[in-house]
Design a protein around this ligand. Sequence first.
Ligand code: NAI
Ligand code: OAA
Length: 332
Amino acid sequence: MPEPIRVVVTGAAGQISYSLLYMIAKGDVFGYEQPLILHLLDIPPMMDVLQGVVMELADCAIPLLREVIPTADPAVAFKDVSAAFLVGAMPRKQGMERKDLLSANVKIFKVQGEALDKYAKKDVKVLVVGNPANTNALICSKYAPSIPKENFTAMTRLDQNRAQAQVSAKIGVPVEQVSNVIIWGNHSSTQFPDASHAVVNLSGKQLTVAEVIKDDSWLRDTFVQIVQKRGAAVIAARKMSSALSAAKAATDHMRDWFQGTVYGKYVSMGVVSDGSYGVPKDLVFSFPVTIKNGQWSIVQGLTIDDFAKQKLAITGKELEEEKEEAVAIIQA
Ligand SMILES: NC(=O)C1=CN([C@@H]2O[C@H](COP(=O)(O)OP(=O)(O)OC[C@H]3O[C@@H](n4cnc5c(N)ncnc54)[C@H](O)[C@@H]3O)[C@@H](O)[C@H]2O)C=CC1
Ligand SMILES: O=C([O-])CC(=O)C(=O)O
């Protein structure tokens, strides 16, 4: 068996982590042969709750889990970690947009960027889940200049999973038969869920989702809106934001980043834009990517029609505005 790797989860006493920690500990992300040392960060008032989580992890009796380190100190939490799940942040309530959380949350990601820079391994892979995830990831990377900016990503995998689930339900096939649905842009209600490049495997034949569904208005309108507003719909029903599905998406994102994507299939991740598809640089924007040897690459050469161009511009503009606001909050 390989040596254990250190993995930090922030917001470890919260809702998402309650599902996420078990998924990580049992091997869903780093593989079923990779032992782990889990570093659990939360704020000082949550330390008693966190002790309860530590007890439950012990009671799960998971062979891969070699040690659990609960802490409120970022210096301890980020020390020598190879992977960071940055979940800890305030969730939105009904009626809020995710960007309304900027003033409450963005400073957390400045502090954690600085701590990653100082204490983490230089090849640490960072996934930001806490909202607004894209802009928080951008800020985090700015405060960790010694770590490559490619190592900071934001989670749009939940949107991808939601989109894939909607398409497969519409066609009436199991979810794994649908692939290459793309989430472009911000993890917000301006995101562009795009099924125009998606394919479905029907009785061993690969067909485009568009030719199978044969309903452009559903694909361009109903589907887009369902996915854009799914987080709000869950909050309206649960009175709390998505947690189980968010945890599952975080494991999918990190598993693919560490273990690679399947040939011919792509996944969506918020990554620092290099200007591909005319997206402004220096934003964390969700693109379709493939992953090999721990490195992601943006899928190139996809056809972007005028409808899609417009959608990409809207979500890109929102991210530029968020970035400006985030910088103003930090400098205030
Ligand atoms: N990107 C995505 O797809 C999704 C993002 N989210 C976001 O994830 C975040 C967490 O959601 P939940 O777990 O439901 O919230 P929660 O409120 O249940 O848990 C958050 C935890 O973070 C802790 N925390 C706050 N500040 C911290 C800091 N500076 N350092 C470490 N821990 C800190 C809190 O004490 C709490 O235990 C929210 O911002 C939510 O909006 C939620 C669902 C999906
Ligand atoms: O909607 C929210 O605030 C939580 C979230 O990010 C999601 O469920 O996608």
